[in-house]
Design a protein around this ligand. Sequence first.
Ligand SMILES: [Zn+2]
Length: 360
Amino acid sequence: MKYAGWQVGITYQTKKREGLDKKYLRNLLREMKDNGMNFVSFMVVTHGLNDVLHDGYTWPVRNKRLRCYMDKKCTNAGPKTEFLTEIIEEAAGYGFHVNLTDNQFWWNPKKAKKGYPLIQAAEIQGKDNKAHQRYPHCADNSDTWRMACDAVEDLFGFYASQAVKSYAFEMIGRFQGCTCPDTMKMFKQSLKTAGLESKSENKDLFSLWEDMRRKEALEEFVIAIKKVNPSLEIWHHGYMELTDRGSYRFSPASYEKAGVDVALPCIHQVTDEDSLKKVLDSSKDFPLVLHVDTRDVSTLNYNIPLKNQEYILSMGRWIEKNNRKNLTGIAFFNEPATSAVNKKAVYKVVKNWRKKGLLK
Ligand SMILES: [Zn+2]
């Protein structure tokens, strides 16, 4: 493995309303270095849906339209109080790989609409057979796409430093079963181009098209990121196994075709070795960084199995036993919501990997 380190939410699950500060992160970097870590990821957005105390972007957003989504109470979001620029350089000085992570196409629709009035929350059929609009936004809508691209442009316009090596994002804005007007318009246009107009009611054809469109959206988004910063490594935060099934996942082949460099699957639900093996096997030989949850604090609206010391130590052993060539690293998540006891276990695991040469 090349990397092991913390993923840190600037405001996500932080005790203080204003989020973390420079002193906190400075101390954390030193602690990480002392414990053999060499990777840090800063999560630059929090959504009120998951953490009711915090909501919005955590950097000084410069794009006027995008400012609707800025968390104005966050210290790092203030142009005069911003400190992450300095922290990033400090981390790079320690030799760390620095990553920035965002959650795209997933916004509080009321807030996002202020800057992007045409934005379209995906209309997904619920158990009651009615279409519901929630946080997921549909990539087929022009304002939705604009907001996602504007966020990349603004974030990496601000953090343009060569010290930032990679960008990870979650979602892609293609949700299975979305029948919003923009999606249906796009679907009909594709049928027309292919001379299949008469089959517009065909459900199988719609699923096939959705699958193709999802992969296409990923490819287009990678191109948009590369336009802003061609040297960034692109990481995608998927969920569990790497497969083309579902709205949030991609197979290694699809990632490769789209130009994604690393898969960063969320494995919050992995609580035994067999499930971990399934995720590892599904990656074939595609570069993989595992997103290992270490939290013993849940959020109000997002229930995940809480993790303890035993879990972290077991995970360390399972990874050691099932290590493979394409396992590039581990991102432990989320430092501000991990107790001192759990952190101690994480450092024990990392030191052990170092000792055994698993982490170079
Ligand atoms: Zn749609």
